[in-house]
Write a protein that binds this ligand. Structure first.
Ligand SMILES: [Zn+2]
Length: 114
């Protein structure tokens, strides 16, 4: 999703999004709703592998998943109108300016955290 936008930040991590909320014990994570052990496994959403989320199959975990899927669908809809060309043009210009400044000021520190 949105792989064509370069330098994209602050997006939702889908593996975490599709995980049931759990708490950590000495061995397995446990579901906050039913306290069963929860393991992670490969998970596909709409034909796309989203990683290995921790998933519980209890009703509240299923309800939580539905809410998260709704959130994701809403975000996908919002992003349909995003001007990818402008974003990529802007970030490219910013990078070029940083490179110019590096050479102008003869300081590699400028690029260190880019
Ligand atoms: Zn559960």
């Amino acid at each position: 999703m949105l792989k064509e936008i370069l330098r994209l930040r602050n997006t939702i991590h889908t593996e975490q999004l599709f995980s049931s909320t759990t708490y950590k014990t000495n061995s397995f994570d446990r579901c906050i709703y039913c306290h069963k052990n929860v393991e992670n496994d490969y998970y596909e959403y709409k034909g796309e592998l989203v990683g290995m989320p921790y998933r519980c199959s209890c009703n509240k975990a299923k309800e939580e998943l539905k809410a998260k899927e709704f959130l994701l669908e809403t975000l996908v809809k919002l992003r349909r109108d995003v001007d990818i060309e402008t974003i990529n043009k802007t970030t490219k210009e910013a990078l070029i300016e940083e490179i110019d400044r590096t050479y102008r000021e003869k300081s590699e520190d400028i690029l260190k955290y880019r």
